[in-house]
Write a protein of this length. Structure first.
Length: 210
C-alpha cells in the first residue's frame, strides 16, 4: 500500500522524499565505476587425469614419474572504483582487484567502456590508481579530509558487488583509527563502519559522509 501525502507549500511529496542521502547518491553515483581485470593462472596437471594436481602430490609425480603438464587459463576479478580526477581520468580502486592483471577494463555508469592502465599500487594499503583516456571530462568525486570525521556520522557506501552496478548501503562511522591483521597484512588507521560492504564492492565510495 502506498500513501500519498499532500503538497506542503512549494515542497511537494517528491521533494520531501529527497533526503540528504538521496541527493548525495544522485550526485556522486556517476563517478563510481565497474572494474573487470584479467590475470593468468597456471596449474600443473597429470596428463593421465583431467584435474589439477594437489600441491602435496605434485612433488610425488615430479620425482617418481618425472612428468607434469602446465595448464594456463584466464581468471576474471570484479571490483569497484571511483573517479578522483575527471580531467586526467584517474581512478582509485583496491590493489587486490588488479593484482597480477594483464588487462583492466572499466565500465562507467553510462555504460561507456575503457581499457585502463595501472599508474601505481600499494599492497600495504590495498590501494591502486588507474588511468583511462576520455575525449571529454569525466564525473569525479571531491576528496574529503578523514581528519574531520566524527564517530556517529552517516556513511554511504556505493559499489558494484558481483557486478551489480551502483549498489547503495548506509550506516554510521563506528570507530576511527582501527588496526587489524588479516591474510598476512596489517591495516592501520582505517575507518570502521556498520554499513554493509560486500568484499567485491571494493573501492567504491566507502566513506561518503553527510
Amino acid at each position: 500500500m502506498v500513501s500519498v501525502l499532500p503538497s506542503y507549500g512549494r515542497r511537494t511529496y517528491s521533494n520531501l522524499r529527497e533526503s540528504a542521502v538521496v541527493l548525495a547518491v544522485r550526485k556522486v553515483s556517476p563517478a563510481v565505476v565497474n572494474i573487470n581485470s584479467k590475470y593468468e593462472v597456471r596449474t600443473r596437471t597429470n596428463p593421465f587425469f583431467d584435474f589439477d594436481i594437489d600441491p602435496f602430490f605434485d612433488s610425488f609425480f615430479r620425482d617418481f614419474f618425472e612428468f607434469h603438464q602446465q595448464r594456463r587459463y584466464i581468471q576474471n576479478s570484479l571490483g569497484s572504483g571511483v573517479i578522483i580526477d575527471g580531467k586526467r581520468g584517474y581512478i582509485l580502486t583496491n590493489e587486490h582487484v588488479i593484482a597480477r592483471s594483464t588487462e583492466i577494463n572499466v565500465v562507467l555508469m553510462d555504460k561507456r567502456k575503457f581499457e585502463a592502465q595501472l599508474v601505481g599500487a600499494d599492497p600495504d594499503s590495498d590501494l591502486a590508481v588507474l588511468r583511462i583516456n576520455s575525449a571529454e571530462p569525466l564525473p569525479a568525486i571531491e576528496m574529503g579530509n578523514s581528519d574531520d570525521l566524527m564517530i556517529g556520522e552517516t556513511v554511504i557506501a556505493i559499489g558494484n558487488p558481483f557486478g551489480f552496478s551502483n549498489t547503495v548501503t548506509t550506516g554510521v562511522i563506528s570507530a576511527l583509527n582501527r588496526s587489524i591483521r588479516t591474510e598476512g597484512r596489517i591495516y592501520r588507521d582505517f575507518i570502521q563502519t556498520d554499513a554493509s560492504i560486500n568484499p567485491s564492492t571494493n573501492a567504491g565510495i566507502r566513506a561518503m559522509t553527510l
